[in-house]
Write a protein that binds this ligand. Structure first.
Ligand code: PXP
Length: 250
């Protein structure tokens, strides 16, 4: 079955708006797992704009307690790698990071950054974490991810989500088609295939229906829906849509 990883970053965004301890992303992560999330994803950014070091340590302790995977997202830089090596999460997803961006825009250049990514990917893998690279579904980045030593690729679904929001169905279909082809290429190389960014109730079904997809990581939309429908119902509805995308009509 396809897994749902719930990205908990924006619970910390809300907490940090007031600088206190409420709401607690670790409490929200526990609720997410109780609601049916298969794992927790969190991004420790270099500027610590949402998740901080203490959150990440507590999320790892929670995931160990509940027997669920933590997916630690980070930039491919040495000081972050040291934190991830000490945390020992189930998985580490290497993402591109620019301080001035609002969120992770575009995929990692696994081809251009081969020499920077490879030693970090190797150290993390040897330390017991599965290494994922957050890339665009383009052939040379998929090949490069394998060459960097990744076990997983996560395809960036942001451009697909944006195209649908802008009413450009043709562009969205072309991007979906590239992701379907990319998933086959990655699978043939022995890479596990994940997807994430900008996924919502309205756009998740065609992505979840890609047969090679093993995991979707979804954050901002679920945390936003938590304000109106509640965190548990939002996760349950997302789980339902993902599961139903795999039911082949008779
Ligand atoms: N996957 C990765 C690698 C990400 O960096 C992010 C966002 O930071 C997500 C998934 C979740 O994206 P969203 O918050 O738009 O659902």
């Amino acid at each position: 079955m396809i897994r749902l990883g719930v990205n908990i970053d924006h619970v910390a965004t809300l907490r940090n708006a007031r600088g206190g301890i409420h709401p607690d992303p670790v409490g929200a992560a526990r609720l997410a797992i109780e609601a049916g999330a298969d794992g927790i994803t969190a991004h420790l950014r270099e500027d610590r704009r949402h998740i901080n070091d203490d959150d990440m340590a507590r999320l790892q302790a929670l995931c160990l307690e509940l027997g669920k995977p933590l997916n630690f997202e980070m930039a491919a830089v040495d000081d972050m790698a040291e934190i991830a090596l000490a945390t020992k999460p189930h998985a580490v997803c290497l993402v591109p990071e620019k301080r001035e961006e609002r969120t992770t825009e575009g995929g990692l250049d696994a081809a251009g950054l081969h020499n920077q990514i490879t030693p970090i990917a190797r150290a993390l893998s040897e330390n017991g974490s599965r290494v994922s690279l957050f890339i665009e579904a383009v052939p040379h980045q998929i090949t490069a991810s394998e060459a960097c030593g990744a076990q997983v690729v996560e395809f960036h679904t942001g451009a697909y989500a944006h195209a649908l929001d802008a009413g450009d169905a043709d562009k969205a279909e072309a991007l979906l088609s590239a992701m379907r082809k990319g998933a086959k290429q990655a699978d043939a190389l022995g890479l596990e295939v994940h997807f994430g960014h900008g996924l919502t109730f309205d756009n998740v079904t065609p992505v979840a229906a890609i047969s090679e997809a093993k995991e979707l990581n979804i954050g901002h939309f679920i945390i936003g829906e938590a304000i109106t429908m509640g965190l548990k119902p939002a996760i349950q509805e997302m789980r339902r849509l993902i599961s139903e995308s795999r039911i082949v009509p008779k």
